[in-house]
Design a protein around this ligand. Sequence first.
Ligand SMILES: Cc1ncc(C[n+]2csc(CCOP(=O)(O)OP(=O)(O)O)c2C)c(N)n1
Length: 585
Amino acid sequence: MYINNIKSPQDVKRLTTDQLCVLADEIRQALLAKLSVHGGHVGPNLGMVEATIALHYVFDSPHDKIVYDVSHQSYAHKILTGRAEAFLNPDDYDVVSGYTNHKESEHDFFTVGHTSTSVSLACGLAKARDLEGGQNNVIAVIGDGSLSGGEAFEGLSNAAEAGTNMIIVVNDNEMSIAENHGGLYQNLQLLRESGGQAACNYFRALGLDYIYVEKGNDLPTLITAFKQVKDSTHPIVVHIHTQKGKGFAPAERDKERFHWSMPFDLMTGAPKVVDNEEDYGELTGEFLIDQMNKDPKVVAITSGTPAVFGFSPERRKKAGRQFVDVGIAEEHAVALASGIAAGGGRPVYGVYSTFIQRTYDQLSQDLCINNNPAVICVFAASVWGMNDVTHLGIFDIPLIGNVPNMVYLAPTCKEEYFAMLQWAMQQTAHPVAIRVPGNGVISSSVPVETDYGTLDRYKVTQQGDTVAIIALGSFFALGENVARRLQMVAGITPTLINPRYITGLDNDLLDKLKTTHRAVITLEDGILDGGFGEKIARYYGNSDMRVLNYGLKKEFVDRYNASELLLANRLTDKQITEDIIKSLQ
Ligand SMILES: Cc1ncc(C[n+]2csc(CCOP(=O)(O)OP(=O)(O)O)c2C)c(N)n1
C-alpha cells in the first residue's frame, strides 16, 4: 500500500506514474471506507483524487501554495499532506475537519467553507509574494459551481491584471450541489465541447491565459498540464473536466444526493439511517408548492442550495418557472427578491443562516431602504445547526435584526412558523425574514395569530410575577423548562413571554412588567453581542429591573457538541434557574 507511506508531498514525488495510479485507487478506497461510515462530501472528493495527486506531484507545497475553494474537496490533499491516518484509522476520523484548516497543517492556507473565495485569497498570497520578491507558485482550485458566485468573478478579474504567477485550476464536473444555473455554464459547455478551442472564452475575455484538459481524471494528462503551467509568469486558467463521484457508481449516477452524504451502504449507496422525522425544509417545500398553485406570482428562490427548503428535483420540476436557482449568488438572490417584490411578485428566498452572512449590504440597501415585501426564510440558524466553524448559524440575529425596516420573526413551533410565513407572503408593508426554528419540528395546540401586521407585540403565554422570561424562537422550549423549574425549586410562577419579533421592543409590555417583576430573563439561540437580549437590557438600563441575558458567547467554535456548548454558556434550565434565584437574593 503506497498510501501508508505518504507522510508528505515529498513521498508522492518519489512514485512512478503507474504507482501514482495505484495510489489514486487506494485513496478512493480509503475515502469510501471512511465516508460510508462517517458521512461527508462524497462526490466532490472522489472527482478530485487524480488532480490532487498531480498538483502535489508537480508543485512543491507548502512553498507553492494551493488554495481550495470551499475546500470540501480537500480530503485527498489532507491524505497527501501528513493526515492520512484520519482517513485510514476509524479512531482518528475526527482528528481532521472536513475543510482546509490553517490550524491543522502548514499545507492549508485558509480555514474556509463558503464558496467562490479561492481566487481572491490566492490573489492576496500572490500579491504578498510579489511584494516580497518571492518565487513560489500560487494555485487557486475552484469548482464550476463556485464560479457563479460574484466574488469568483471579482477574483478572476483582479487576477487578470496582476501580471505575475497565478494558476487557477477550474475543476469542472458539470455540477454545483444540484445542476448549475447561469449563462456562464453555456460557455463552459462550449469550451468542453470544443476541447477548449472555442473563440468565445469567458476566461480569455477577462484577459487570462487558458488551457483545457478534457481528461481531468487521468493522472499522466494532468501531470503534463500542470508541468506546462508551473512557474508561469502570468495568470493562467487550467480548465479540467472531471467526473463528480468518480469510481463509485451510485455517486456517479446521483450526483446531487452524493454531494454530501450521511453514512451509506457501500454496495448500493442507500443511506444507513433513514430519518423519518418531520423537518422544516420538507414542510416548507410542500407549503410553497401549494402556495404556487394558488398564486402564480409566488416565486421560490435559492442560491445553489435547493434542498434547504425542500426543493428536491421533483419539486423543482413541479414549480417550473416559479422556482429560481440563481447559482451560488446570495447577494444577487436578496436583490432579486427585492426586485420581484417591487414588481408585484411574491418572492420567498430560502437560505442557510451561515450563507446569508454574505448579504448585509443587499439586505440593507437593495431590500430594506426600499422597504420591499420580500420574504426570507433563514434555516439552520441555531446552536443545533451546522457545527463546523465555517458554517455556524449563530450570527444572523445581529446581522439581520439591526437593519431598519426589516421585520425579523422568530416562530416557536410549526403552527406559528406557517402562520408567519403565510402572513409574510400576503402582506405588502415590510421586508420579512423568518428564523426557522432550529430545535426540530414542534407542534403546539396553543392557538397562533394569523396577522402579525401590528409590529412588536410580544405574546404572554403564562402570566406570573417577580420574574419574566422572554424566550425567543427555538429557545422558547428552554424558557418553558426554566419556568417549570423555577416554580418547582423556588415556588415562583414566572411570566413567560414569546416575543415573536426579533427586530423590535414591546415597550408597553416591558413597562408593565416593571410594576410586578424584579427580573427579566432573555433567552436567544445565537450570539449575545448585538443581539435581541441586549436591546431589552438597554431598555431597562434606567430602571431597577434586573436583566439577565442568555445566549452564546461571540466566538468561532468548531465542531462543537451542542449540549456541551450550551452547558459552557450556562444555557441549561438548571443553570439559568440557579442564576435567577441567586440574582433575586
Ligand atoms: C457562500 C456559499 N453558499 C453556498 C454554499 C453551499 N455549497 C457548498 S459546495 C457547493 C457547490 C459547489 O460546487 P462546485 O464549486 O462545482 O464544487 P463541486 O462540489 O461540484 O466539486 C455549494 C452550493 C457554500 N459553501 N457557500
